[in-house]
Design a protein around this ligand. Structure first.
Ligand code: RAM
Length: 952
């Protein structure tokens, strides 16, 4: 036995020494607190924001325990040096007594167009010692006033490439402009947007790392501009700017073929256009503005077409070297035309632009037919393939993409439906040629290449994975390899589908922001990534797509203005996802910005349900299509779960969280109102649908022959896993009924070999609901199954992302023929909603209240079949770790809690066996014992690292 006390003392001595030395080097700090990760509106050093009251947040770290912030000071100035001169400060909070370290709203001098703002922060700790100043952060303001914009909308109309092609695929215009720079440049800022998507270059180099900018919004209502600092890239004398424009979501093919009739494209406008303004500030105070206007020249180029769904065509023989450099002679180029542009509001891009996050090498190359090569990248993802080939002039390489292979080794593309997803490259025949498509993306694991002259190798194709640049902040691993892979699958699925908006799928002609899928996956997604900005951007899309009568549309953005389509369980996302986001970040601005819209939505619900005691009896949703909405979509039950039961519970949950959000922003009357409707709704609902045994019963006759309902011929029931799991998870039942509901849920599972039958409206609820009623053991059993249908079954059958359907593929039925061709994605996050259970219950990391200031760590050990689980979540306050192990009857748990937070720790422990911490009995001076409950000993701790050991 090592002598713990000795080790601890030695450790403590060495540690103090290190601390002493580092404090010495650090100047004034006596707190041991380092300020890390300063951010503005969730971004590090953002450029071109248009928020006049940006919010400042920071994360702190410290080696010590129980470290707290008791006060802060923030200084903001319009130059770095100005931070030390009283007279040039824009804002100085002085020492402000407050423990708040997130979302501190700027309240200094009014911010101006184009202004640069530098800031630094220091804090006082629990002993009133002050820390060192943080590193200096900055942000810049965008162009805030209409008059600031001098640019004009410009474009260049091009023709279709191939008149015989039934698709309309015009050539992306190339635009260019030379301009001169004379004098020392202090700052050069490019503000740019487009109708369609753009890629801009300066002196032959692409500007920035973003792809598919400026992203997708309802272009009739708002259009986002991006800001780039190109101060370092200008040269003295002549410079040149280039722009290539793609159709993107604006003018290209978007969405399912049948929804986008008749032309399936040009949903917002016919031709792409550019709008840009370069502001050059010289050291001598002179300013110059270069804008998009009639003086730009235009041409067609080597990029023959580029479409999100259909792919890209490129003819390298048409390249014009140096077209975007100063020396290029553009005399033969045409003039641009002044595009009609848009009346939409011009706003600073608030989201996370799309960027490359990984590159994948093939793990295998096969040749199923002569000259047809298939590269297996080992991972399903969204992006494109980079090509490295050599050959003769005019050799044509065709690249096709697929998620799976048929049994004969050929690419499976039936599930892409109308998306052609094909890139074509025509060689110029000069040595090794490297090429990447533009303005398109595909969902794939396999790349088929034809047209090669020789045998390819692993360098011929590289997978380029890209998606919205959301900061990834989670880690999960356990002693079960399949579970670890399931989690990886969730991550890849999230990255593939967080593509500007949260989409359902990245491969077929769909890729829409389906609300049902987003709400079910929302908490899982929030554990994995910092989504404050990404979600807030999408909420604007959700508002823009909301119907005047209050309902939220089935997807947002909604590129089909005339389409009236909404569904219970989908539309509640408009309230649920903002709520989840608020809960994760304590971001009340999100609630405030979205509140009027949410109120309108709730008014609509309340009015509709008001006719029937504020719930939905059978057959209440005959006006929607399909009748009842989509229901527990893709469930595996014999009969459909009555849509109205789910509609009622989702509505009730919306009432409940609206009450909570109303309170959070001080609207107490509204909160009371929602609570009152909620209470009425619940009691009427239970009276109607639950018998005394707590069983959901319905009047099946009310649905007649089920005509008009999706798979209505199967008939309806109230008695499904999803129904009970939802009632328990939404916590809408009184305790007596909850116990009964639990029994029904457990019985239904037993009848089904403990395999899930839920569709996408119920699946998130299943495992947490079991945990909530003390059956975490069953939740683990389900989670770890590998039989059909289960997540483990997917992994066993080669899944590297989450499938759309439980039966997307089975060894017996393959891809299910017809069904596959209609709707079958292998990269769909809805069923990935199980993964919130890994963090919230298995690792047990939850927030009490909003924003992970008060943290709960309550691991559910389930059936104890796992010997190890580790969950890590990078919260807005810093990293939270819960990592536990079981060895026989010994349990240990490593916990890390960030500075300025508290945590309630539930240590599993039997009877009166002692709990140890760091090898010793609990030090009750720093760790507060709270209670013993349900097999846990409960403690309250402050920040720091802890190591608990107990007997279980
Ligand atoms: C499918 C989408 C989505 C689902 C809707 C009802 O086409 O992929 O997952 O929400 O239908």
């Amino acid at each position: 036995m090592p002598n713990h006390r000795f080790m601890k003392n030695t450790f403590f001595f060495i540690f103090s020494l290190i601390l002493l030395v580092s404090c010495k080097n650090k100047g004034t700090d006596k707190t041991g607190i380092q300020i890390e990760k300063v951010s503005i509106n969730y971004f590090k050093n953002p450029l071109g924001i248009d928020d006049l009251a940006p919010r400042i947040s920071w994360v702190m770290s410290s080696e010590g325990r129980n470290k707290k912030q008791s006060a802060y000071q923030i200084k903001v100035a319009d130059s770095k040096e100005g931070l030390d001169e009283e007279s040039s400060l824009l804002w100085d909070t002085d020492k402000t007594i407050s423990s708040q370290n997130t979302h501190i709203t700027y309240a200094g001098s009014p911010l101006q167009s184009g202004q640069s703002c530098y800031f630094k922060i220091r804090v006082w700790d629990e002993d009133d010692s002050v820390s060192d100043w943080s590193e200096v952060g900055f942000w810049t303001m965008g162009l805030l006033n209409e008059e600031d914009w001098k640019a004009k909308w410009i474009g260049f109309k091009t023709k279709d490439n191939d008149p015989k092609d039934p698709l309309h695929l015009p050539a992306p215009p190339y635009l260019r402009k030379s301009f001169s720079v004379e004098g020392e440049v202090k700052r050069a800022t490019l503000y740019v947007t487009s109708l369609g998507v753009f890629e801009m270059s300066l002196n032959g180099e692409k500007i920035g790392n973003d792809l598919l900018t400026p992203g997708w919004s309802d272009y009739d209502k708002r259009i986002y501009y991006k800001t780039y600092d190109i101060s370092e890239d200008l040269v003295q004398g002549t410079n040149a700017m280039g722009a290539i424009l793609g159709d993107g979501w604006y003018a290209g093919y978007v969405g399912p073929k049948e929804l986008s009739n008749p032309r399936n494209r040009e949903l917002y406008g016919l031709h792409p256009a550019l709008f840009c303004q370069l502001e050059v500030e010289y050291e001598d105070g002179k300013k110059e503005t270069i804008i998009s206007d009639e003086s730009w020249k235009a041409n067609e180029g080597p990029l023959r077409y580029a479409d999100l769904l259909m792919g890209t065509g490129y003819n390298a023989n048409l390249e014009f070297d140096g077209w975007d450099t100063a020396d290029y002679d553009d005399q033969s180029w045409a003039n641009v035309y002044l595009h009609e542009g848009t009346e939409a509001a011009l706003e600073a891009y608030p989201g996370n632009s799309i960027q490359v996050y990984d590159q994948l090498e093939p793990i295998e190359i096969t040749e199923p037919n002569e000259g047809v090569y298939i590269f297996n990248l080992g991972q399903n993802f969204a992006g494109h393939a980079k090509l490295k080939v050599s050959g003769n002039k005019n050799d044509t390489i065709v690249i096709r993409y697929g998620e799976r292979l048929h049994d004969d080794g050929n690419l499976m593309t039936e599930n892409l439906r109308f998306a052609r997803a094909t890139d074509t490259y025509i060689l110029k025949g000069e040595g090794t040629e490297e090429w990447e498509p533009k303005f398109t993306y595909h969902g794939f694991q396999y790349v088929e290449v034809t047209g090669l002259k020789g045998k390819p190798d692993k360098n011929t194709v590289t997978g380029i994975a890209f998606g919205s640049s959301i900061p990834m902040v989670s880690e999960f691993n356990s002693s079960d390899e399949t579970l670890n892979r399931m989690f990886e699958n969730v991550i890849w699925t999230q990255r593939s589908n967080f593509m500007e908006v949260p989409t359902d799928s990245p491969q077929r002609d769909e890729r829409l922001g389906w609300l049902g899928d987003v709400q079910i996956f929302s908490r899982s997604a929030l554990y994995n990534a910092t989504l404050g900005a990404f979600n807030a951007k999408w909420f604007a899309d959700v508002r823009d797509a909301q119907y005047d009568f209050g309902a939220y549309s089935t997807f947002a953005p909604r590129p089909y203005p005339a389409l009236v389509w909404y569904s219970p369980g989908w539309m509640e996302a408009g309230v649920m996802v903002p709520y989840n986001t608020f809960k994760f970040y304590n971001d009340t601005k999100i609630v405030e910005d979205h509140y009027a819209s949410m109120t309108r939505f709730m008014d609509y619900h309340i009015e509709k349900s008001g006719e029937t005691d504020y719930f939905y009896p059978e057959n209440s949703w005959t006006e929607v299509n399909p009748k009842g909405g989509f229901g527990d979509w893709l469930s595996m039950t014999d009969k459909n779960l009555a849509h109205d039961i789910m509609a009622s519970m989702y509505y009730q949950y919306a009432l409940k969280i609206m009450a909570e959000m109303s309170t959070a922003i001080g609207k107490n009357e509204k909160a009371a109102y929602y609570k009152e409707v909620y209470d009425k709704s619940i009691s009427a609902f239970i009276d109607h649908y639950m018998d005394v045994e707590g069983k959901f019963t319905i009047s099946e006759d009310a649905y007649g022959d089920g005509k008009g309902y999706f798979e209505g011929e199967k008939g309806f029931t109230g008695h499904t896993q999803s129904a009970y799991a939802t009632a328990i998870y939404f916590d809408i039942l009184p305790d007596t009924l909850k116990v009964k509901a639990k029994k029904h849920l457990v019985d239904l599972l037993a009848e089904n070999d403990n395999l899930p039958s839920s569709g996408i409206l119920g699946i998130r609820q299943l495992l947490p609901a079991l945990s909530a009623v003390g059956r975490g053991d069953l939740a683990y059993q389900i989670l770890l199954k590998k039989d059909y249908p289960s997540w483990g079954f997917q992994v066993k059958n080669g899944a590297t992302t989450i499938w759309e359907r439980w039966n997307s593929y089975t060894p017996e039925a393959g891809f299910n023929g017809e069904m596959n061709a209609k709707m079958n994605s292998f990269n769909h996050y809805a069923f990935g909603a199980f993964s919130q259970f890994l963090f919230a219950q298995m690792a047990g990391i939850e927030t009490k209240g909003a924003g992970f200031n008060n943290i709960i760590i309550k691991p559910d050990l389930g059936n104890r079949s796992l010997s190890h689980v580790k969950g890590e979540y990078g919260s807005i306050n810093g990293k939270i770790i819960s990592s536990w192990s079981i060895e026989g009857t010994s349990f240990s748990m490593k916990v890390e809690v960030p500075v300025n937070t508290n945590a309630i720790i539930y240590v599993p422990s039997v009877g009166d066996t002692p709990v140890m911490e760091n090898g010793e009995g609990i030090d009750l001076e720093t760790i507060k014992f709270i209670e013993e409950k349900d097999g846990y000993k409960v403690y309250e701790i402050g920040s720091g690292s802890y190591f608990f050991e107990s007997k279980i």
